[in-house]
Write a protein that binds this ligand. Sequence first.
Ligand code: HEM
Ligand code: HEM
Length: 196
Amino acid sequence: MAVNPGQDGADATPLRAASPLSSYGPVAKTLHWLVFALVVVQYVVAITMPDIGRNTVPGTLINLHMSIGLTIVALVVVRWLWRVGHPIPLATPDLSSWEQPLARIVHAALYVLLAVNPILGWMNASARDWKITVFGLFQLPHLVAAQSPIGRQAGDVHQFLAWVLLALIGLHVVAALYHYFVRHDSVLQRMLPGRT
Ligand code: HEM
Ligand code: HEM
């Protein structure tokens, strides 16, 4: 294994541990775990909220679902903009030649779904002619006309993609835990608080 010898040549610290890009930065980490917490709450709310029918009037849980979903999409946009402007530690010797592109594809798909799927939910809520607010603080415009067919179809796609997103998150989490518990490498630590 490549080592980083100290002045007397006796220190055997691995080179990657000394790399300035061996971990995500504090802002990227904070946004990652904030979005994670919101997504967990979002699925609990989505599963427990009442079934939505033609004449449903949104109550507390449905309003919470819309508010959290809109917060998630805003944070994901901020997170993406931050990512574009800041270097990220994509290359690690801990990922094999096939894991590296797979991780990139899954990360990209997570970003896309987290950004696009809430918009589909927003379109469906617009077609239902609901008042769409973020925690009652401010109201958002309708994206499509009331009763529009595209808005109604967006609801079906929204529900389907929500489960696709959950499956991808599952894959992502299993991969992270596999690296930590089975491979005993540094992949999970790159996203944990502390290390820089
Ligand atoms: C990442 C964010 C979101 C996730 C993970 C998510 C997840 C889900 C899930 C799992 C369901 C199905 C619930 C069930 O069948 O019991 C659902 C339904 C729904 N969501 Fe979301 N949602 C998100 C964001 C939003 C946003 C931002 C809005 C609106 C502003 C919204 C509006 C709706 C509506 C109207 C339905 C019912 C759709 C229908 O019955 O056709 N969602 N969502
Ligand atoms: C809602 C759930 C989650 C979502 C949507 C999510 C999303 C993401 C995304 C988009 C990235 C790429 C970051 C970037 O390059 O900008 C990432 C990285 C990462 N996530 Fe998650 N994540 C979730 C939960 C978790 C959990 C629960 C764990 C740990 C058990 C985890 C561990 C990691 C690690 C270790 C990385 C860095 C991988 C690397 O590049 O080496 N994530 N996550």
